[in-house]
Design a protein around this ligand. Structure first.
Ligand SMILES: [Zn+2]
Length: 773
């Protein structure tokens, strides 16, 4: 595969020059004599490449504010833009990269640094990197830039952190647990970390969150955590994810993009394993709870995880590969138990080391080692879309001391097969457990329990990706909120109790918002209270606005968005903004919530906050987005300035979103949107994929008024070398054309109504005529 590469010559080992042909995307080499299929041959390809459209990015030449930086992004198939290769995950090779650059720059690539030579005469430096162990093309990396490099060791393996100048002080806070993670994964999988070093590099303007290039992971520019950001977030999940890929993705690679969940689902589950190890069961379950919501959304509802029908590989990197893939790994672990699960994972890892695998390979390892058929598991969870929707009704018969449990699968189509546990607790130590393998859409079970149930625990070990609806008494829900052992049970109780918004339920939630020992439960309580939209819930939220946990405070402020135009809320938020907060996220959330609830936002109230630096610019972004609610031309001018190429990419995107909001809030006529649309359309030509994606998304949201950008957007949707830009351009085209369609539909409707009105008028006249004496 070759793209935009200029080929000079091709030699075999003789050395003799060979004939070759190239089409747009591939290279054909002609040998003078037929080759023996059993013999190895070497080929030397001399080529050059200048300003490739993808794969290799020179940030200094793209965005004015950027530092001088070169980095690559090969996944899924963009490394072919800077070197000829077999650009598909089924083919492995060793790689060697020799780079000459200006003195003062560092160069990072895969494998081991064989040499670094100063070339004094030319004031240059040459780095020689080599990776002997095989990996696939998309994992080849090259980074050039000025970095502070911090290094430590795990056993004898160098562990390095490449960070932008002056950020070394954030390394320990951000990356401090890396060697512990390497140790933990090595022992959990029973396979030692397999590469010669582990480097992590933080890159400005990087187009992905992270990329697990073999032994040299690239990370986005918000990865480093400063002291205040630590209140809101940690990068552990990202670090664990990319490190997990060094086994699942790099050592064992999916054979085809249709099996990408073997990379992403496993790496996402490494985040869960790390949480469980480092912070315990509550954190693990909350992580899974959040993933569960995403795993039951979008494409996961209509397409299976393993799907060979994709137009381009980027399409496969969605909620099916990540959160749903993560849940499938979790369910596999729960179904066979920890000991067997890790034994099988170890065997799978060893058997397919330095090789490629597909979903059946994983299934067969489990079947062979455990003597079970796993066909149905893999059919239900990887070959069909959706998930079980369960209705569970529990009741107690005093006469015969029996609990009756009715389990129904209400989703369309056939049943899922899965183990289900329900634990019913009575008085004191009394307990009865249902442990069934569910195969039918409807079933009824009976359990003996001497006294009436005090607590009904459905799926107490959180082992099932499902929607669970329960029919049981309020008393049981109350105990569940107050004392259920797992955080997911308490969250489900909170959501259930909030759904009726009865005063007695709100009081329970008020107590739990303060007293529940886990912040994740508090967050979900705050959200549930907001959704009720009743004044009593509003007052509970306002009273909790200075909650001790920063993440809960953030959720409390966010939940207040439900109360638009409410003066009590506006006053409370203004007070909060005035008082400030240690957490960047809470400040940002206060700004954006205030903008949403207070219509007619005064322009210069929050503008001074534009100067505030914060982690990933969260505060500035909130201010920019809130400017969209202003009814003042100066807000628009300011927003347009902030879309400029000299600004940080996340702020540019926020400014574009602010403008979209401004158009809406000010009911701006299509004719006046021209200047904005022209500007955004120009951004579609940016060399930075991040800018092209942001501009596409904004144009799509503008809809109707952005018709003039359609040709350019269609071109991006078909040809852009960056898959995510194609996807966002495609979505924008759809939004704009649909906005047009709905406009013409409205016009047709209007015409129809007008016709009806006329007919009625005529009818009326005739009636009048009849009425005449
Ligand atoms: Zn990943």
């Amino acid at each position: 595969d070759v793209s935009e590469v200029r080929l000079v010559s091709i030699k075999s080992e003789a050395p003799e020059l060979l004939q070759f042909d190239r089409s747009d995307e591939s290279l054909t080499v002609y040998f003078p004599n037929a080759l023996n299929s059993q013999t190895d041959y070497q080929l030397e390809i001399d080529y050059s490449v200048k300003k490739p459209a993808a794969g290799l990015y020179f940030t200094a030449s793209t965005e004015a504010a950027d530092p001088d930086l070169v980095w690559t992004q090969g996944e899924p198939e963009t490394n072919r833009y800077w070197f000829p290769c077999f650009d598909h995950p089924h083919e492995r090779q060793s790689t060697e990269v020799i780079i000459t650059t200006q003195a003062g720059y560092s160069v990072l690539s895969n494998g081991k640094l064989l040499s670094k030579t100063d070339l004094e005469e030319t004031e240059q430096v040459r780095f020689h990197w080599k990776q002997d162990a095989s990996h696939v093309s998309y994992l080849v990396t090259l980074v050039v830039g000025k970095f502070e490099i911090v290094e430590e060791l795990w056993k004898d393996t160098p562990v390095q952190y490449y960070v932008p100048p002056k950020r070394a002080e954030d390394v320990a806070r951000t990356f401090g647990r890396t060697t512990e993670m390497i140790e933990f994964f090595s022992s959990k999988f029973g396979i030692e970390y397999p590469w010669e070093k582990y480097a992590q590099v933080v890159l400005y303007n990087f187009t992905s969150g992270g990329m697990e290039n073999t032994s040299a992971t690239s990370l986005h520019d918000g990865t480093l955590i400063d002291a205040r950001a630590e209140l809101d977030t940690s990068s552990d999940w990202l670090i664990a994810h990319e490190l997990g890929h060094q086994w699942w993705g790099d050592l064992v690679t999916c054979k085809d993009w249709s099996h990408i969940w073997l990379n992403e689902g496993f790496a996402s589950y490494c985040e869960v394993l790390w949480d469980e190890h480092h912070q315990g069961a509550d954190e693990r379950d909350y992580h899974l709870f959040q993933e569960s919501g995403r795993a039951r959304s979008g494409s996961a509802l209509t397409q299976p995880i393993v799907d060979r029908r994709y137009e381009h590989p980027t399409r496969m990197f969605d909620v099916r590969a990540y959160p749903k893939g993560c849940w499938v790994v979790h369910m596999l672990r729960r179904e066979v138990g920890d000991e067997d699960f890790f034994r099988c994972i170890n065997r799978y890892g060893i058997e397919y080391s330095f090789n490629t695998a597909e979903t059946d390979d994983l299934r067969k390892v489990f079947e062979r080692l455990l003597g079970l058929s796993m066909e149905r598991f893999f059919y239900d969870w990887t070959e069909r879309p959706g998930h079980p929707e369960l209705k569970i009704k529990t009741s107690y018969n005093n006469a015969n001391s029996q609990v009756r449990i009715e389990v129904e699968q209400t989703q369309q189509w056939e049943p899922f097969h899965f183990p289900l546990k329900i634990e019913v607790r009575g008085k004191g130590e009394e307990k009865a457990v249902l442990d069934e393998f569910i195969t039918d859409k409807q079933a009824v079970y009976f359990l003996n329990l001497p006294s009436a149930p005090q607590l009904v625990r459905v799926d107490p070990d959180y082992s099932l990706l499902a929607v669970i609806e329960e029919d049981k008494s309020r008393a049981l829900w109350k105990t569940q909120l107050e004392s259920a052992p797992s955080i997911v049970e308490r969250i489900r109780a909170a959501e259930h109790l909030a759904s009726s918004a009865a005063s007695e339920n709100l009081k329970l939630l008020k107590d739990a918002l303060t007293n529940d020992p886990f912040y994740g439960v508090q967050i979900e309580i705050a959200k549930a209270l907001g959704k009720t939209k009743v004044p009593e819930a509003r007052d509970i939220l306002i009273a909790a606005i200075d909650h001790p946990h920063p993440k809960t405070r953030n959720a409390v402020v966010g939940a207040l968005t439900q109360f638009e135009n409410d003066t009590t809320v506006i006053e409370a938020l203004e007070k909060k903004l005035e008082a400030g907060d240690d957490s960047y996220n809470v400040v940002a959330k206060t700004i954006s919530t205030l903008a949403t609830v207070r219509q007619n936002a005064p322009l210069y109230k929050t503008i001074e906050l534009l100067d505030r630096d914060s982690h990933r610019d969260v505060i500035r972004r909130a201010v920019l987005e809130s400017l969209g609610y202003c009814h003042d031309q100066r807000a628009l001018d300011l927003l347009l300035q902030w879309t400029g190429p000299d600004r940080y990419h996340a702020s540019r995107r926020a400014a574009m979103d602010g403008i979209v909001r401004y158009i809406e809030e000010n009911d701006m006529p299509v004719s006046q949107q021209k200047q904005i649309v022209t500007r955004f359309t120009e951004y579609l030509n940016s060399p930075s994929p991040l800018t092209r994606r942001s501009a596409s998304a904004a144009l799509g949201k503008i809809g109707e008024g952005a018709r003039s950008s359609l040709d350019k957007l269609r071109q991006l949707a078909n040809e852009d070398p960056d898959g995510w830009t194609r996807i966002s351009a495609e979505a924008a085209v759809k939004q704009i054309t649909e906005a047009n369609d709905s406009r013409s539909e409205i016009k047709t409707l209007r015409d129809d109504i007008e016709k009806l009105r006329k007919q009625q008028e005529d009818l009326g006249k005739r009636v009048d005529e009849f009425d005449q004496p």
